[in-house]
Design a protein around this ligand. Structure first.
Ligand code: ADP
Ligand code: MG
Length: 683
């Protein structure tokens, strides 16, 4: 027996292993099992090249737990190691290349570990002592046992071993004894080793016998050595893809469709991605994409590794170019990983385009479940935006689908405004905005349904990309103004009539959280007498604020609506006539007080006309202020009279309530009062 020192000068190795890899100690099993798999794969290669002439036999890795001895053993019948190879690969290589690096970055152990995988030495995260008992495949080789107790010293001795291959015996430390539980190891094997290319046996298959579970003779193989993604797409049927999906996510809902990735240039990559049904929210998907390196599981937290929108997909990506035993931050900054990510994004766009072109009807059918994903991609990745322009769909209120290009062609003629902007009208709630949609349709306009969680953002994005297209919600203005053409109608009402009507309507408008502005339009005798609209800009800002904490300012603004009075409507004329009949005299009396005040103001204005501000004598300034104050007082008096009149006017109240009702804005007590008043009116 000989004693030696592991080929690192630094004594830091073991403390680093224990301390810094602690949070991720699970991976020791993956590392040791994948080494065993590598050893069997290597033997296969040697056999097929003729270098190894012996009997290959059935290659297999087995994992076993000995609770009494407190060991976990990973055995393989792969190439094994000679004493020289142990010296070279175990004693020397682990950190030899990293020594310089380690000296330099002593305080950044994470960077070291991130950069140089620990592989075999990760076994010391959970072990007090590790033995390697190995017999090389080489003719005449002698078995050796290497043993190390978590310090730079090791022992090496000749032993007896009947079969070719390697046993790694890990003497589990006291604080890691949880790993001696079968269920824990089963869980880890299932996580990391489920698709390894060589059979992994963990104990024996069990059988129910005489009222209890007993071992059979058959090995319990825990992995599928030939997962679907390693096969050729031509050899797979739809069914195989859905079976594989079940294998990955036993609880998952059936996906919409899949794409099979198969790249060998400029890097190697295989995988199958599934598009899940994404309902109307960007919820975090529980079935995550799994990243593999040569069928060894690396991670399923791919945030920062693949573009964010792709994390909504399910499935597996496997590439030998994905570094295995490195830290997450290193993985994120790895050049290969970045290339892979942008490649996947392109592939996904290409496949969607193919599906769209080959089976548009099917694509349309799946659109509602797919759009959030595509919209998210368009919003967050410019390249994806450009690629998806071809297949992104708009749906109109009739349930027809259009690409952006098709849609523009359809609406261009009728929906271009006087400034040459193409106006796309949309509704976010087909029922609530029904009257507006109907009005738009009557005018020959088309209306899109934009009710996804991301539509708001997408609209802003589309407007930025093409400034001549504008998106306007169908209820954001009266129909004539939604798409402003040249013809401007003048209101039938005089300025005085309008000024009189404002307080009359204001007297019934709720105030506080919601603001109303009374406006006048000529909408024709057949249109509704009153309409409520909300400015596109304000509404969008408020919607965005609701989703976006940084825009709190808009969120706190009151909702602001327009109460549009149709000056063509007979009922408005009735109100004006009624007002004149009941209030005409009183109003005239008050208005009469204004005449001398206006005269006086005119005189004062004439006096100061040629003077600079500081040349006007104080006396004149005071007089002017006094006159203004009196005018305001008279106006206020007039307003009070009109408000008082309005308050008692049932018709005004009824019209406002009807307008609110048409917008689904009449609620609670106000709604109950409306119903009662309506019944009283027809009684
Ligand atoms: P890596 O696997 O990245 O090469 P490891 O630290 O995991 O690094 O392993 C170091 C080396 O030890 C391997 O390259 C291999 O030569 C050797 N080795 C480890 N485990 C085995 C095994 N079970 N059979 C044969 N050789 C092994
Ligand atoms: Mg390894």
């Amino acid at each position: 027996m000989s004693i030696g020192k592991i080929g690192v000068t630094s004594n830091d190795l073991f403390p680093i292993i224990k301390k810094f890899l602690y949070s991720d100690h699970d991976i020791f099993l993956r590392e040791i099992v994948s080494n065993a798999v590598d050893a069997t794969q290597k033997l296969k290669t040697l056999a097929s090249s003729g270098e190894f002439k012996g009997e290959v036999g059935e290659l297999r890795v087995s994992v076993s737990i000995d609770k009494e001895a407190k060991t976990i053993t990973i055995s393989d019948n792969g190439i094994g190691m000679t004493q020289e190879e142990i010296e070279k690969y175990i004693n020397q290589i682990a950190f030899s290349g990293a020594e310089e690096f380690m000296d330099k970055y002593k305080d950044q152990a994470n960077a070291i570990i991130g950069h140089f995988g620990l592989g075999f030495y990760s076994s010391f995260m959970v072990s007090d002592k590790v033995d390697i008992v190995t017999l090389s495949h080489k003719e005449g080789a002698e078995a050796v046992k290497w043993s190390c107790e978590g310090n730079p010293e090791y022992t090496l001795e000749k032993v007896e071993k009947a079969d070719r291959g390697t046993d790694i015996v890990m003497h589990i430390s006291e604080e890691e004894e949880a790993f001696l539980e079968e269920s824990r190891i089963q869980e880890l094997l299932n996580k990391y080793c489920k698709f390894l290319p060589v059979e992994i046996a963990f104990g024996k298959k069990k059988e129910w016998k005489d009222g209890k579970n007993v071992d059979t003779d058959e090995d319990n193989i825990i992995n599928d050595t030939n997962p679907a993604w390693t096969k050729k797409p031509a050899d797979l049927k739809e069914e195989d893809y859905s079976d594989f999906y079940r294998q990955l996510y036993p609880m998952g809902e059936d996906p919409l469709f899949h794409i099979h990735l198969n790249v060998d240039y400029p890097f190697n990559l295989t995988g199958i991605l599934y598009f899940p049904k994404i309902k109307n929210s960007v919820e975090i998907q529980k079935n995550k994409i799994q990243l593999y390196c040569n069928q060894v599981f690396v991670t399923d937290s791919v945030e920062g590794i693949v573009p964010e929108f792709l994390t909504m997909l399910h499935g597996v990506i496997d590439s030998p170019d994905i570094p295995l035993n490195v830290s997450r931050s290193y993985l994120q900054s790895d050049g290969n990983v970045k290339k892979i990510a942008s490649h996947i994004s392109k592939k996904v766009a290409d496949s969607l385009n193919d599906i769209f072109k080959n089976d548009r009807a099917d694509f349309e059918m799946k659109w509602d479940d797919l759009r959030i994903f595509i919209q998210y991609g368009m919003l967050t990745e410019d390249k994806f935006f450009d690629r998806s322009k071809k297949f992104m769909l708009f749906k109109n209120t009739e349930g027809k689908y259009f690409t952006m290009e098709e849609y523009e062609a359809i609406i261009k003629e009728n929906q271009t405004d006087k400034d040459s902007n193409i106006i796309t009208l949309y509704a976010t709630d087909v029922d609530a905005q029904y009257t507006y949609i109907e009005a738009a349709k009557a005018k020959g306009y088309d209306v899109l349904v934009m009710d996804s969680q991301l539509d708001n953002h997408l609209i802003n994005h589309l407007e930025q990309k093409t400034p001549t297209t504008k998106y306007v919600r169908v209820d954001s203005d009266i129909i004539e103004k939604l798409i402003q053409k040249d013809e401007v109608k003048v209101s039938k009402l005089t300025e005085e009539q309008r000024n009189d009507l404002i307080p009359v309507f204001n007297s019934h408008l709720p105030s506080g959280k919601v603001n109303y502005i009374v406006a006048f339009e000529s909408l024709g005798e057949e249109a509704q007498p009153l309409l409520i609209t909300q400015s596109e800009f304000m509404r969008r800002m408020k919607d965005m604020a609701a989703m976006n904490a940084g825009m709190g300012f808009y969120g706190e603004m009151p909702d602001s609506f327009n109460l549009v009075v149709n000056s063509d409507h007979a009922l408005i004329e009735n109100i004006l006539n009624d007002k004149d009949a009941k209030m005409g005299e009183k109003l005239a009396e008050v208005s009469a007080k204004l005449t001398p005040l206006f005269e006086e103001r005119e005189q004062l204005d004439a006096l100061k006309k040629d003077k600079k501000a500081d040349e006007v004598p104080q006396e004149e300034k005071d007089k002017m202020a006094e006159v203004q104050k009196q005018i305001s007082a008279v106006n206020a008096e007039k307003e009070e009279l009109l408000k008082g009149y309005g308050k008692d006017n049932q018709l005004v109240k009824q019209l406002i309530d009807l307008a609110l009702l048409a917008n689904n804005m009449l609620k609670g007590a106000e709604l109950a009062k409306f119903v009662k008043r309506s019944v009283d009116m027809i009684k």
